[in-house]
Structures are given as structure tokens and as C-alpha cells.
Write a new protein. Structure first.
Length: 395
């Protein structure tokens, strides 16, 4: 009886570890480069929306990068949303040649509200065919619109390009973050593109057509508004295509304090969506049936890698502990080791594609300390839904 209870407990611990590591292993094995496509008739017009809250230090760099896009100048506009700004973001953007929409609303604060405001303006203007969203601290590849337009020509209505790190070598934190985001953005997105499901929206470097905005209005205001709207599209049966050959590179923070703010917002927002959207996605996946919604549910349920690692470590440790009393419990350690192997392949694939080099492997030795930091971080409350600007460490 005791042996059965021990095995049952270990089985319960093993379920999330095996599910997450198995899912990531499948995506890793499918992560070869996706084909490059190019537009045949470059006639589409775009509004490039840049939501900005007190970004005077970086907005000029972003606009300069966007003005260098390899697309006819008369077929795209740079639109900066100066949202609840108290600095000279609007003045700098306007002087740099961007259209500036100034918004002041102390009750509805956040990136989601800024985007909704800009999307409604773009629809009322009725000049563009689609909107592209680029963060205010970003540099873009010159083929950004070309890659997006090629997908829209082929019938896609939502597109996400690769979202990379602008400053990967600023510190060990940014190098680890580069490896992690490469695994999350490239490895997963390439595989999901090959499977024909949605790569999701990553918050920076994504596009939706005006027609799709009419069908699925933008009403995403959570701390993870990007994931939220990607799920809304999936529930409507619309996938987000992945454009691997184009990229936007955002500035990541290297200091502990600013990094703490950023991670709290991202992960608390994700946990909120897990609670609110998982059941709806799974129900829709079974009712239709829909591989698109099933994959979105799986992606949502696979927690950030640090939590999966903690789960696997717990399984291994508990199997060893139980093995002192019941030798057959030691069999569970092989399950834990198999999960470890799958996660290692996933991380190494992310490292390989990140271009960080050998120094990144050395930084991975800091991972245990990063895990402890994450545990402490997530125990702290974070209830704000406002747009809290991440402190910039360089201009």
C-alpha cells in the first residue's frame, strides 16, 4: 500500500515534467530553418505602430531604423503613440518625421490601450492594409515589411517576425536571456510554423491586417497583452505565421532591479492567462477539433523553463529519497534523467541559434543562481496592470 502511494505521488510529480520536456523535445527536433518567401507584387501599405511611454532616450534610434526599411517610402508610415508621456518623446518623434498620436488617459493605462487607440486611428484613416507593431526600444532588419508582405500575399492575416535581443553581450543576464529568447522565439516558432499551427504573438515585430482587426477586434489589456491577443486569434481560428528571415531586436535590461520588474510583469501576466484561457482553449480544441487551439493550450501550459527545471529536479530528488525505503522508486530517476536530456537539447539548440558563442555556455553555469532568484521573485506580489516603463540603462 505504501509503495503504491509513493509511486502515485511520484507519478503526479512526473506528469508536468514529462509533458513539458516531451513537448519541447518535439519542437527542438522540428526547428530547422523555415523557407524564405518574397512578395511578388509589393503594393501593400502599412502603418508601423510604435507604442511609447516616456521613451525619449531611444525613440530616435527606432525611427531611424524604421526609415531605412527596404520598402517604398510612400507605402508605409511610422506612427508613434506617445501614451501618457511626461517627457519629450512626442517632440523627438515628430521632429524625426514620424506621425505622432498623443494620448492622455490616467484611467486606462497600458500598452494594450495604446495599441487599441492606434489601431482605431489607422482603421479610420483607411490608408493602410495592415498594421505592424514595433516597440520603442527596437532596431529592425531592412526586410521587415518585405517578409510580412510575402506572407500576406499567400493568404496569412497575422505574422510574427523573429524577436531578438539588441544588446546580448551587456552582461551575463542578457546573454542568458538571449539564449532563452532564442529557444522560445526561434526554436518553438520554427517548429510550430512547420506544423502549420500558430507561433503566437511575441509583443514586438508582429502584424495583423485591417480586415482581421475588423473580425477580431483588439481588446487585450492584461500584463501579457501580446499572448492574450494571439490566443484570441487562435480561438477565432486564425493562426499567426512566422517569418524567420526578418527580425526586430529589442533592448533588454542587464541590471537586477530592472530585470526584476520586467520578469514580474511578464510571468504574472502569463500565469493570469493560464488561469483564464487554458480551459477555453482545450474546450475549443475538443469541440472543433482544432490542432491550433490544442497547441496554444500546450504552449501556455508549458511554464517558463526555470519552472520546468525545478519540476524535474524535484522528481529526481524525490525518487532518490523514496528509494531509500522502496528500491523500485528509483526507477523514476530515469524518467527525470530523460526529461533532463530533452531540456538540455532544447537549451543547447537555443544556444546554437543565438550566436552567443562559448561564453554563453559558461554563463549557463550561473543558471542555478538564476533559478533561486526566480523563485524569490515570483513569491513577491505584483498586481499592477499599468504600463510601468522599464528603466533604460543606456540611451
Amino acid at each position: 500500500m505504501v509503495i503504491s502511494l509513493v509511486n502515485l505521488a511520484l507519478f503526479a510529480v512526473a506528469i508536468p515534467a514529462v509533458t513539458a520536456s516531451g513537448y519541447l523535445l518535439v519542437l527542438t527536433l522540428l526547428s530547422r530553418r523555415v523557407p524564405v518567401v518574397r512578395p511578388e507584387n509589393p503594393r501593400q501599405c502599412f502603418d508601423i505602430i510604435v507604442p511609447a511611454h516616456n521613451e525619449s532616450a531611444v525613440i530616435l534610434r527606432t525611427i531611424t531604423s524604421l526609415k531605412a526599411l527596404a520598402w517604398p517610402a510612400e507605402q508605409f508610415r511610422i506612427v508613434v503613440v506617445a501614451d501618457n508621456c511626461s517627457d519629450d518623446t512626442a517632440t523627438i518623434a515628430r521632429t524625426a518625421g514620424a506621425i505622432v498620436l498623443e494620448r492622455q488617459d490616467t484611467n486606462q493605462r497600458g500598452k494594450g490601450y495604446a495599441l487599441q487607440f492606434a489601431f482605431r486611428w489607422s482603421r479610420a484613416e483607411d490608408r493602410a492594409d495592415a498594421v505592424v507593431i514595433v516597440d520603442a526600444d527596437t532596431e529592425v532588419s531592412t526586410n521587415l515589411i518585405e517578409a510580412i508582405a510575402a506572407r500576406i500575399e499567400r493568404g496569412e492575416r497575422a505574422v510574427q517576425v523573429h524577436y531578438g535581443v539588441l544588446n546580448p553581450n551587456d552582461s551575463w543576464r542578457t546573454r542568458l536571456l538571449t539564449i532563452a529568447t532564442t529557444a522560445f522565439h526561434v526554436v518553438r516558432s520554427r517548429a510550430r510554423e512547420r506544423l502549420g499551427v500558430s507561433c503566437g504573438i511575441r509583443g514586438n515585430g508582429w502584424c495583423v491586417t485591417h480586415q482581421l482587426l475588423d473580425e477580431v477586434p483588439y481588446n487585450a489589456f492584461s500584463l501579457a497583452e501580446d499572448i492574450e491577443y494571439g490566443i484570441a486569434l487562435g480561438l477565432a481560428g486564425v493562426r499567426v505565421a512566422y517569418a524567420d528571415e526578418a527580425h526586430v531586436d529589442g533592448e533588454m535590461v542587464s541590471g537586477e532591479r530592472a530585470s526584476r520588474q520586467q520578469r514580474q510583469r511578464w510571468e504574472h501576466g502569463r500565469f493570469q492567462l493560464i488561469r483564464e484561457k487554458t480551459g477555453q482553449l482545450l474546450a475549443t480544441a475538443l469541440r472543433r477539433p482544432s490542432a491550433l487551439c490544442l497547441d496554444l493550450a500546450c504552449d501556455l501550459l508549458v511554464l517558463p523553463l526555470s519552472y520546468v527545471v525545478i519540476n524535474v529536479v524535484a522528481l529526481f530528488s524525490l525518487s532518490l529519497l523514496a528509494g531509500f525505503w522502496h528500491g523500485n522508486a528509483l526507477a523514476w530517476r530515469w524518467v527525470a534523467l530523460s526529461c533532463t536530456g530533452a531540456l538540455l537539447l532544447y537549451v543547447l539548440r537555443g544556444w546554437q541559434l543565438s550566436g552567443i558563442g562559448p561564453r554563453g555556455l559558461l554563463d549557463l553555469a550561473r543558471a542555478p543562481f538564476f533559478l533561486l532568484w526566480k523563485i524569490v521573485l515570483m513569491m513577491r506580489p505584483h498586481n499592477s496592470k499599468e504600463w510601468i516603463r522599464t528603466d533604460r540603462e543606456q540611451s
